[in-house]
Design a protein around this ligand. Sequence first.
Ligand SMILES: C[S@@+](CC[C@H](N)C(=O)[O-])C[C@H]1O[C@@H](n2cnc3c(N)ncnc32)[C@H](O)[C@@H]1O
Length: 293
Amino acid sequence: MNASASATEVDEEMSVSEEKGGKRPGRKGKKSKYTAHTADKYELYQHAVQSPETDVEFVQRVYRDLRGEEAMHFREDFCGTAILSATWVKTDDGRTAEGYDLDPEPIEWGEKHNLAPLGDAGERVQLFLEDARADGRRAPDVRIAQNFSYWIFKERAVLLDYFKKAHESLAEGGIFVIDLWGGSETQDKMREKRKVDEGFTYIWDQGEYFPGSGDFTCKIHFKFKDGTKMKEAFVYEWRVWHLTELRDMFLEAGFSQVDSYFEEDDDDRDAEYHLDNEGEHAAAWIAYLVGQK
Ligand SMILES: C[S@@+](CC[C@H](N)C(=O)[O-])C[C@H]1O[C@@H](n2cnc3c(N)ncnc32)[C@H](O)[C@@H]1O
């Protein structure tokens, strides 16, 4: 999360498509308390984009199905506000989590808004202002990098090094999980807006995709019922990585088995994911890649 938000106009020069769904871009009318003058971008992001219960249930289910027991220790790389870690420890008194992020702002926000309200359970989450590639404190049963955060690694050698570190770090039988997003729309310059239930509009702004480098800049803006707008609340400078090359890199990094799980319904942010190593072409799809140690 590397952009400051400002209450300015969102440029409307590009076509804007309405309401698609899926995690990539977020969703959820009634009178709204939100205005660009006072809104908190992390709160808006959590309402619009994240579905932590679904994601935590998914990884716990995959681990249980594979290992016949419960995953207990969780590591969240690029954790931001650590909503996944907070959700993880709520599911069982014995569960613990650690999160890594380089930006103190979301970490502090997460400690205050996601962990402190949990009371004792929040004490079972440790957050570190460290690189996602840093050594962990304890071997995780499940380690995750979510919302395409690893796309900031634009060189193969750098990404492979991260995957190798993730592999090495896992507890016996541990799994490493990344999400990804693909389909022909990922290469289109476009904007998509979605009304969020809490009473504001989320705008996903995809910039130009450069096929030679894979470079791709995406932004999130928010628009409010009082007419104010928060432009560039979040800006992502990414390289687009494809599922097949990621699978190859997982194998190269040492994972013994690598499986993809595709989101079943792009119109439901709380959709289920199912095991499918072939996939189905779509304009936009979301999947998880799971590597087993
Ligand atoms: C796309 S946000 C994702 C936040 C959260 N995981 C989510 O799912 O919404 C990417 C996060 O990665 C962090 N970040 C960028 N480079 C990093 C690195 N090398 N190590 C750890 N965190 C990093 C940023 O500070 C930002 O909070």
